[in-house]
Design a protein around this ligand. Structure first.
Ligand SMILES: [Zn+2]
Length: 276
């Protein structure tokens, strides 16, 4: 894929946000980023576009550092995924500046250099750390990934090589799909499935047939635009499912998203948003 395709995707994303993507050229300054992005609300970003895998040249890297020292943002974007991640991050912008510091204050690093970094702040039932980002909490291992490597692609989970849920050492984390996560948890015996699942142990508790909510409350079936879930974005739906897969309770997820537990449960059980 060529740089021009990435550039076209960025331009489309900026225009969809109601902003301007201005091409930069200077007669006497070398290494300026390719585009100056102006967005509603006064946000200004510089973006260097590259073909996939290509790094900024030395003069460019130097100019990027100079711009960053002045407190402005420079992003290097080389794939369509990074365009999407950059756009997704626009809404969480306010928390990015002091994020690494707030995060570092909550970990205890092991004495040996390649040891686990134990999360010291709040944890969920399964031991995964919870990190407050803006007005909601996310898995601390996910926060670690974002701080060290950037955005997590839609539909991906952050998994542990070290099999230690409270660990947030970026070297111990890797990206997988939600399916990988379920397989991983099954392999590690953390997943109540098969005969261990609630549905097998207590089949009488499952509302089926005429007792099922679809029959007793047909009016509550979400349909079309009127359904409550219209206020979620696809990215949030995937986030909800991956939080659940990581062991965060439905109650906690509902709280963080300001949604009802039943809405969250329906998303997790794919009764809604089943196309994702
Ligand atoms: Zn670890």
């Amino acid at each position: 894929m060529r740089e021009s395709r990435v550039e076209a995707a960025l331009k489309a994303a900026v225009e969809a946000e109601g902003g301007l993507a201005i091409k930069l050229a200077s007669v006497n300054r070398r290494g300026l980023p390719d585009r100056l992005i102006l967005l509603p609300g006064g946000r200004v970003d510089f973006i260097e576009l590259k073909a996939p895998g290509k790094k900024p040249r030395i003069l460019q890297a130097r100019m990027h550092n100079r711009i960053r020292e002045l407190g402005a943002r420079v992003a290097v974007i080389d794939t369509l995924e990074k365009v999407a991640a950059w756009r997704a991050a626009l809404c969480s912008d306010t928390v990015t500046h002091d994020l690494p510091q707030a995060f570092a204050a909550k970990i205890r690093k092991a004495d040996q250099p390649d040891g686990c970094w134990e999360w010291q702040a709040s944890k969920n039932k399964k031991g995964y750390g919870l990190f407050k980002m803006g007005d909601r909490a996310i898995g601390a291992h996910r926060a670690s990934w974002m701080i060290h490597f950037g955005s997590i692609p839609d539909g991906s989970c952050v998994l542990h090589r070290c099999d230690n849920p409270p660990c947030v050492n970026p070297d111990h984390l890797f990206l997988g799909t939600i399916n990988d996560n379920n397989q991983d948890m099954k392999a590690k015996g953390r997943y109540a499935s098969g005969d261990g699942s609630g549905a097998r142990k207590h089949p009488e508790r499952l509302a089926r047939g005429e007792r099922h909510g679809w029959s007793t409350h047909p009016e509550s079936l979400p349909r079309g635009e009127s359904r409550k879930n219209a206020r979620f974005t696809p990215a949030e739906v995937l986030e909800i499912r991956s939080m659940s897969a990581a062991g965060i309770s439905q109650r906690e997820i509902a709280k963080q998203f300001g949604a009802s537990r039943s809405t969250v449960r329906q998303i997790i059980e794919r009764k809604t948003w089943s196309h994702l």
